[in-house]
Design a protein around this ligand. Sequence first.
Ligand SMILES: Nc1ncnc2c1ncn2[C@@H]1O[C@H](COP(=O)(O)OP(=O)(O)OP(=O)(O)O)[C@@H](O)[C@H]1O
Length: 360
Amino acid sequence: MVTDTSSGGTPAIRVDGLRKSFGDGDDAVTAVDGVSFDIETGTVVGMLGPNGAGKTTTIKSILGLVIPDSGTVEIAGIDVHERPRRAYRNVGAILEGARNVYWRLTVQENLSFFAGLGGDDPDDLRERHESLLEQFGLSEYADTPVNDLSRGMKQKVSLASTLARDVDVVFMDEPTLGLDIESSLELRSELDRLADREDVTIVLCSHDMDVIETVCDSVLILNDGSVVEHDTVDSLLELFRTRDYQVTLESPVADDVLRRFERAVGADCSDDGDRVTVTFTATDGDEMYAVMDTIRDAGAELRDVESVDPDLEEVFLRLTETGDGPTDDSSAPTGTRPVPGDSDGPPTAATTEVSADGDR
Ligand SMILES: Nc1ncnc2c1ncn2[C@@H]1O[C@H](COP(=O)(O)OP(=O)(O)OP(=O)(O)O)[C@@H](O)[C@H]1O
């Protein structure tokens, strides 16, 4: 089910009928194939999808870094194609981790530079910058060149620089990558604060399902260039909550009975010598009764039946039907990654900021 999350007002981001192909003829690849969604102001939205699902292309199209073949993008009701300067004025993005800050500049200089990009006088934002430095534990490094900092600290500078000016919409790709647990938790509460108290809209791509599950209000799942789901995290978890069951049988259960049972239930049984555990999905009550009948017919003794709460990772794998399990990197959800040479759009206000590459 694709749900429109807008509540009637102008959405922070509106994407309508976005399409983008790369290459020609037999080599053409359709990266984004008619993507449409609204993102409500002040919400944190996780964008997920297997590798090649079209996440990067969608985000780059929203930011004006890739020119779509068709479709429109509006930020706060302003068409980014018609009025790019106005549309991108309060948009920030971290697309390549710590690479979007200037490593030869000091931490403070980076904050001032990025504040200046938005047309603000950095002196007017001194208080904001001091509080950002404090929040991210960077105060004592204010005059240190970014180059001399650890990877995690560089990531924090990158985040602080994005927030150095007044932003209404922020795109973040893997913002917790390289952060220690404490900093990652700090970041999560900072994202909550930005969305709740400052009404900032945040679009987050992360490999870390835990971050997505705890920080995001809703999730947008892309697969094969299309939106396959756009719903709240709670609804998505609810969707599968009552479908998974774990049945425990008294051991021993004869081998042939186990195999028959596996075939009937469509799941693997594990026998630890004391008990036999079977986890299966029953989409309705009839299926559940059928499983119970199978257990009775097999003469197995039922010890326990429990429903199993799925986590977001499982929901994601089912919706995208990658089905290879969370350990398979090729199917795991990922954040956006840079694709060399795809910046075929003209410079925009957003381009200027997000592609301000480090001087390594
Ligand atoms: N510049 C390009 N030239 C050719 N093909 C491209 C280009 N950019 C993206 N693609 C192709 O478009 C499809 C979608 O890519 P995209 O990078 O948007 O997916 P993604 O969901 O961000 O994947 P990942 O998680 O691997 O970063 C892929 O098949 C990719 O190979």
